[in-house]
Design a protein around this ligand. Structure first.
Ligand SMILES: [Zn+2]
Length: 172
């Protein structure tokens, strides 16, 4: 990773952790920024003036533990969706995610929508984050509300030929 990208990632990391309340030892590290209607922290990621929203517990995991394997979810041992303490988080596949939600009496909603429309703006952003910052497909998919397979298709140019030509229009 080049110096400039390393610096960009460090700035993002600093900004991220400044929104987490983690002075309280072993307990939950509460997200202090915006939370969605399910209580999950939302973190704006900016690159070249573009802005996307990421899932705070996933970003916490990425920053502290490393890439989340494709199609895996970051789940809470503590059942506090606003918590970003990585020692309270664990990785699980979709079946574990659903079982965990059922066990905790939470509704399964807000699942990824494979038909979500991507714009060329999104495509640019995906290429930058994947190729220059090394973000995994799972996290990119999370930020865009699509399935990781959609991100794979974007990156290998199956759906979108990149770089784009002028007469191309985004389609999905
Ligand atoms: Zn917690």
């Amino acid at each position: 990773m080049r110096y400039r990208e390393t610096q960009a990632r460090k700035r993002m990391s600093d900004r991220f952790w400044s929104k987490v309340e983690n002075s309280s030892g072993a307990s939950c590290w509460q997200w202090l920024g915006y939370v969605n209607d399910q209580g999950y922290g939302c973190f704006d990621i900016r690159w070249n003036g573009k802005r996307r929203t990421g899932h705070a517990p996933r970003i916490a995991w990425e920053l502290r533990r490393g890439p989340i394997p494709e199609a895996m979810h970051v789940l809470h041992h503590c059942d506090n969706p606003g918590c970003c303490n990585v020692s309270h988080l664990f990785i699980g596949d979709n079946a574990i995610n659903i079982a965990d939600k059922v066990a905790k009496g939470r509704q399964v909603k807000g699942e990824r929508n494979g038909n979500h429309k991507l714009t060329w703006d999104d495509i640019d952003w995906i290429h930058v984050y994947a190729n220059q910052l090394g973000w995994p497909n799972s996290l990119l998919a999370e930020c865009h509300g699509v399935d990781p397979s959609v991100i794979s298709n974007v990156l290998c140019g199956r759906r979108w030929h990149y770089p784009r030509s002028n007469d191309d229009r985004p389609q999905w």
